[in-house]
Write a protein that binds this ligand. Sequence first.
Ligand code: NAD
Length: 261
Amino acid sequence: MDLKGKAALVTGSTSGIGLAVARALAARGADIVLNGLGDAGAIEDLRATLAHEHGVRVSFHGADLSAPDGAEALVAHAQADPGRIDILVNNAGIQHVAPVEAFPAERWDAVIAINLSAVFHTTRLALPGMKARGWGRIVNIASVHGLVASAHKAAYVAAKHGVVGLTKVVGLETAGSGVTCNAVCPGWVLTPLVQAQVDALAQIRGLDGATARRQLLEEKQPSRQFVTPEQLGDLTVFLCSDAAAQMTGSALVMDGGWTAQ
Ligand code: NAD
């Protein structure tokens, strides 16, 4: 799969799944715009390494996607450098775990803003250029929680179901235009977002890290193995290929059997 000459914006790509997706797209020759939060020096190292290893143009914009003007600034940056968005990967996301009656309203607002509304804002801003050029790929990193629920994840489950719904609408509105929009629904992936949940489980149950990881997997994921960020990077590359040109509006699970139960 050759993505030379394509430009990709990957939100939340300073860590975890987003970083692996950015690496996978860069490895196929795409120019990359990185986005996310974190230490400026470490992010600059990431940016420079990615550009050097794959001989592609890589820039970074640290827009905070919890407000619409963050998404607007990020898309404007990508449209200036490298100059357009052919591939948009909406990946930035946060989690908060609490029962509904104890769920802080401020955390609800933040999860909905970053995990759902930001997907709408980047999509509405990137779509006109994709449509005008007759080619585009939008990949929304949703979750199994876009299809099924777990207790204590009200905002996350609501946001991810919203992303799956938005994906269907955008798939319909762009059908036949050369633009596709699909959602990827991973099960457990061992990233900082999930490590926090492993640590919480270890503390609540008095477990060591390895046992907590095993118990977390056993409760939901029949394979008892984590999905890797690299596997999600390769799935994203596939969705950018010609083989996937007729896949749109879909929600693809990669979940070790979680949603088959
Ligand atoms: P992560 O915490 O490793 O990465 C999240 C990224 O989002 C980071 O780059 C972070 O800086 C960025 N981010 C957070 N808040 C932001 C904000 N306000 N503005 C801009 N960027 C922001 O998490 P991850 O596990 O790699 O998650 C990536 C995506 O995958 C999320 O949407 C998550 O819901 C989804 N997902 C993760 C799993 C899993 O098991 N890890 C499973 C299913 C879906």
